[in-house]
Design a protein around this ligand. Sequence first.
Ligand SMILES: Cc1ncc(COP(=O)(O)O)c(C=O)c1O
Length: 388
Amino acid sequence: MDRVIYLDHSATTPVAPEVLEAMAPYHREHYGNASSLHVYGRKARSAMEESRGAIAERLGVRAEEIVFTSGATEANNLALVGAAYSSAERRHLVTTAIEHHAVLHTARWLEKLGYSVTFVSPDSSGRVDPQAIGEAVQDDTFLVSVMAGNNELGTTQPIEEIGGLCRERGVLFHTDAVQAFGKVPLAMDSVDLLSASAHKLHGPKGVGLLFVRSGVRLTPLFHGGGHEGGRRSGTENVPGIVGLAKATKISFSEQDESAPRLRALRERLIEGVTRVPGSRLNGHRENSLPHIANFSFEAIEGESLVLKLDEEGIAVSTGSACSSPDLEPSHVLVAIGVPPAMVHGSLRVSTGRETTSEDIERFLEILPRAVESLRAYSPFRVGESDVH
Ligand SMILES: Cc1ncc(COP(=O)(O)O)c(C=O)c1O
C-alpha cells in the first residue's frame, strides 16, 4: 500500500512500537493465566497488578479503583447497567443526545427494561449546559452520564461543573472519556465512574478500563470466576493490560507537548477547510479536544467524499452514514442542528502522534479539488440550501 495519510485517529490509532514491545513477552514467554498459582501465573498477575498500579498513579486514584474490561463499550455498559441494577428504587438516568452509541444504545436498552432516561440536548456547538443537567436530575436519578469529549465533533464538556452538581445532588456521575484520555487533563476528582479504551491512544484493541470510585456499587454484567474483585469475570487479557498501561504512560507523559501541537494542526485545518465555498465547522472552535475537527460541505455526500479522498491516499471518516445501512445522518450532527443541506456532507478529520504539518498541507491541497469534482456531479448547487 502506498503511503496513506491517516487522519482517522478517533476511530483507532496504530499501536506504538514501544507498546508492542512491552506486550510481546506476555504473549510469548509469560503467557500464564493470572489466576494460576505457579510461576507462570504469578508472573502474569504481577505484570497485571503493576499495570493497574501504574495507570492508577497516572490518574491519581487507587489501584483497586481500576477495573479492566474488553474496551470502552463494555466499560460504558458496566457503568450504566451495573449502576441501574444496583439502585433498587432509583430508576431514572440522565445522559445527553450526543453520546457514543455505547452509551446511547445502552440507555435505550435500559428504557426497554422499564427505566426512564432524559437525553439532554447540547447547544449548536455541542456543549451541554450544566444547568440543563441539573434540571434533568430527579429524586430517583441513579446516574448522570456525560462524555468528556465528543468523538465526532471534538467538543469538550464542563465535566467539573457537572460532577460538582451531581455530588451536591447525591447522584453518581459517569464520563465516557475515551477520546479525552491521554489528550487533555481529566477531572478525576469530579467523577465516580470513567471509561477509557487502549486503542484510541496507540494501544491494542479489545482492552479498556472503568474507573470505579471506592464505595460505588455496581452489579456485574459478567458472572464467572469473580475476576477483577468480582466486578468483571473472565480471564484477564494480560498482554492487552500491559499494552494499555504502556500506552497510558506514553500518552500522559507527552500530553503537555502533544496537545498544543495537535491544537495548532487543528487550527490550520479549520482555517484551510473553511475556505472551501459552502463549508462549515461543526463543533466548538475552542472548547474542543486537540485532535478532532468536523466539517460539513453543501451539495456533497459525506461517504462519496471519504471514498474520493481514499482514492487520493487520505483516510478520514464521515458522520453521514458510516455505521447505518439506512443512510441516517449522525445523531450528533442532527442534535447540534446542522442545517439539512449540510448534515449529509460531513467529514471528520482526526490527527495523532504521527500526523505532521506536511500531512495537513497535503490534505488541504487535495480537499478543495475533491469537493469540486463531486459537486460537478451533484444535482444540488452550493447556496441552494433548501434543496434537501
Ligand atoms: C466516545 C467513545 N466511546 C466509546 C467507544 C467504544 O470504545 P471501544 O472501541 O473500546 O469499545 C468509542 C470508540 O469509538 C468512542 O469514541
